[in-house]
Ligand binder design. Structure first.
Ligand SMILES: *[C@@H]1O[C@H](CO)[C@@H](O)[C@H](O)[C@H]1NC(C)=O
Ligand SMILES: *[C@@H]1O[C@H](CO)[C@@H](O)[C@H](O)[C@H]1NC(C)=O
Ligand SMILES: *[C@@H]1O[C@H](CO)[C@@H](O)[C@H](O)[C@H]1NC(C)=O
Ligand SMILES: *[C@@H]1O[C@H](CO)[C@@H](O)[C@H](O)[C@H]1NC(C)=O
Ligand SMILES: *[C@@H]1O[C@H](CO)[C@@H](O)[C@H](O)[C@H]1NC(C)=O
Length: 361
């Protein structure tokens, strides 16, 4: 999933009993290493998100891109210069340095860096890639319940490149890792509430395959309209049809579409919303679009550069069940400022005003 750094995003789960109130914050516009994930947790994330890939020696790692080029200092490690490869990934020949050609030890010698020039660069070169297990530990060490939202990323490619013992697949290792750390149970079950997790993937066959291994809730990610599924080569139109939603709902609790396919955009202005959210809801599927960002290049003109307006639109007008944001703190503050305290609305408002005033004293 697109995220602002090479990994993490976070999710806020506002009220787990109310399906319409699950706010997925894919936060964290920085690095998905320990300190940044901890920062997202401090900013109010109830879930932290990561894409999961594999090293050459089969260790699951948290990393967004299929190559290391854009978000690590690999170019500065001249000893690795001969590792550059070209592989066909999801129908496209890509050239670069692929994590699947490096052992975990080698990957740990790299340092991550910011992708976007308009974001804070001061952390470049300071942090390592983390493993999926390290990521889980961060969530579990938090002082409150923090869920995780890991993605089975590029499973077709990973299974071609990495071989595990006993003929195990990437998906097997992924589920075994979750089970090792105690993740189990269906959506909203007691076990799930103790250690909440959503498993996400763009590959429907991976979601179907793991459904025999775990009843943990799964989310089917949906790419842009021009991108076919990596495993079944199905078009956007096919996988968003009523027939397909009817099929996939046996395996998943929701879908995660790219937001600009839900409300198409022309020249940075939003056009009319599609009926995807309504149709997903009619199939009892949640909708968690991705990825919301505060910055000018990502905020459509309709929102007057105001990310709160964007949240308000998607949560209250479009009625999404959750959303992924790169900016945990902003979504959390939006929620705090707009949360309904049905009993003492006025008192609460006065309290907020009093707080505001006192902060200027
Ligand atoms: C890589 O090396 C160049 C030249 O020595 C240096 O300017 C740059 O900061 C280094 N980049 C990283 C990410 O370490
Ligand atoms: C990728 O490159 C190989 C080798 O040059 C070629 O056979 C293949 O058709 C290319 N695939 C795509 C999708 O361009
Ligand atoms: C799941 O298990 C059932 C019953 O054992 C089997 O029929 C089915 O093929 C399995 N599905 C997958 C995707 O492995
Ligand atoms: C995927 O589907 C498209 C459209 O039906 C077709 O042109 C293409 O050859 C297919 N690709 C593969 C790898 O099967
Ligand atoms: C966004 O702004 C454009 C231009 O003013 C307008 O035509 C469009 O209806 C707006 N979209 C939404 C979803 O409000």
């Amino acid at each position: 999933m697109q995220s602002c750094y090479n990994y993490a995003q976070t999710i806020i789960r506002q009220n787990v009993d109310d399906m319409m109130n699950i706010i997925v914050i894919f936060g964290l516009c920085f690095l998905k290493n320990e300190s940044f994930l901890q920062r997202a947790i401090e900013e109010g994330a109830d879930f932290i998100e990561t894409d999961v890939l594999s090293s050459k020696d089969g260790v699951l790692i948290c990393f967004h891109d299929v190559t290391l080029d854009d978000t690590t200092d690999i170019a500065n490690h001249t000893g690795f210069a001969n590792r550059k490869r070209t592989y066909e990934v999801q129908g496209i020949n890509m050239t670069g340095f692929f994590p699947v050609d490096f052992t975990l030890k080698e990957l740990k010698s790299l340092r991550v860096k910011q992708r976007y020039s308009f974001r804070d660069q001061q952390f470049n070169g300071k942090f390592q890639i983390i493993t999926f297990e390290e990521f889980i530990t961060i969530a579990q060490d938090a002082p409150r319940v923090v869920g995780i939202y890991p993605e089975i990323k590029n499973p077709v490619f990973i299974n071609q490149q990495v071989k595990w013992s006993h003929g195990k697949r990437f998906e097997d290792k992924f589920v075994e890792t979750l089970q090792k750390y105690g993740y189990k149970g269906s959506y909203l079950s007691k076990d799930w509430l103790r250690q909440p997790v959503f498993i996400q993937s763009f590959a429907p066959t991976s979601l179907v395959y793991i459904s025999n291994k775990t009843d943990l809730p799964k989310i089917f990610l949906i790419d842009d309209v021009i991108v076919p599924t990596q495993d079944t080569n199905q078009s956007f139109w096919e996988i968003t049809s009523d027939e397909y939603l009817d099929y996939i709902k046996q395996y998943v609790v929701g879908i995660g579409p790219w937001k600009d396919t839900v409300v198409p955009v022309v020249e940075n202005y939003m056009t009319n919303p599609t009926n995807l959210v309504a149709r997903a809801h009619a199939h009892n599927l949640q909708v968690h679009p991705y990825t919301y960002r505060n910055e000018f290049p990502f905020l459509h003109f309709n929102f007057s550069q105001d990310p709160y307006m964007e949240y308000d639109y998607w949560i209250n007008k479009i009625g999404v069940d959750g959303l992924f944001t790169d900016f945990t703190g902003s979504l959390h503050r939006y929620q705090e400022w707009t949360s309904n305290h049905k009993d003492d609305d006025d008192k609460n408002l006065l309290h907020k005003i009093a707080l505001l005033v006192s902060s200027y004293e």
